[in-house]
Ligand binder design. Structure first.
Ligand code: PGA
Length: 225
């Protein structure tokens, strides 16, 4: 279903700018887009993308990097042009400059649709629960909950403890936001996001202040509503 929203949006605006997420949640959506491309129903030739986040100290070609994930699961299977793909560089020497540069790029070419998953702790991107919402892209320390949830992807190497992520302010500038959550493990975060207070302790709750958000849940993720 979400896949189809993307196909329609790309066909309506072939040079659309997409904000993309990694993790298990968006995989069916990416699979749908790849299949539609293979069937000739869509072209990503003029689409631009910005990914939400990247681990610190993982090179682009590390199999656990989000750059690698996106190429494996979406980009390499479509006709998107490499020059239109934007990523944070987790290996950047000057992290502050890297983050500022990313926000400037997004300012120049704003995001039409931002796709989001949600962490079990309510994070979006790698905006972890904290005392305040971050306005801009920044380097963050991952929480124990996120390290536990994502360690399963790192079979041999140790999972990084830090990441670069679009800030909440950056995410909120997207014209439209689509959040997907699946599975029982997300039910508590979804309840807090939709029924709780708007607070940086549940970063996804800020989406209540965005005027164009669609949330897609399976039965398990919606089970506490
Ligand atoms: P997941 O991660 O899709 O792998 O559950 C989502 C997230 O942490 O934002």
């Amino acid at each position: 279903m979400v896949g189809n929203i993307f196909i329609k949006a790309i066909n309506e605006k072939p040079n659309i700018v997409l904000g993309l997420a990694t993790g298990a949640t968006p995989l069916p959506t990416y699979c749908y887009i790849c299949n539609s491309y293979k069937k000739g129903k869509v072209s990503l030739k003029n689409v631009s993308t910005y990914n939400l986040d990247e681990y610190v100290n993982l090179g682009h070609h590390d199999k656990n990097s989000y750059y690698y994930f996106m190429h494996e699961n979406l980009f390499n299977q479509t006709d998107i042009q490499e020059r239109n793909i934007h990523f944070l560089n987790g290996n950047a020497k000057n992290v502050i400059k890297e983050c500022q540069k990313y926000d400037k790029k997004i300012e120049k070419k704003p995001i039409d649709i931002q796709l989001l998953g949600i962490g079990q702790n309510g994070h979006i991107g790698f905006n972890e629960p904290s005392q305040c919402f971050s306005k801009t892209t920044f380097k963050t320390k991952l929480t124990a909950s996120t390290i536990k949830a994502n360690s399963r992807y790192f079979s041999k190497s140790k999972m990084p403890r830090e990441a670069l992520t679009m800030g909440i302010g950056t995410i909120m500038k997207a014209q439209k936001i689509i959040l997907i959550a699946t599975g029982k493990k997300k039910a508590k975060a979804i309840k807090e996001m939709l029924k709780g207070q708007v607070t940086p302790r549940c970063p996804a709750s800020i989406l209540n202040f965005h005027s164009n958000v669609e949330v897609f849940l399976d039965k398990d993720a919606a089970s506490l509503l």
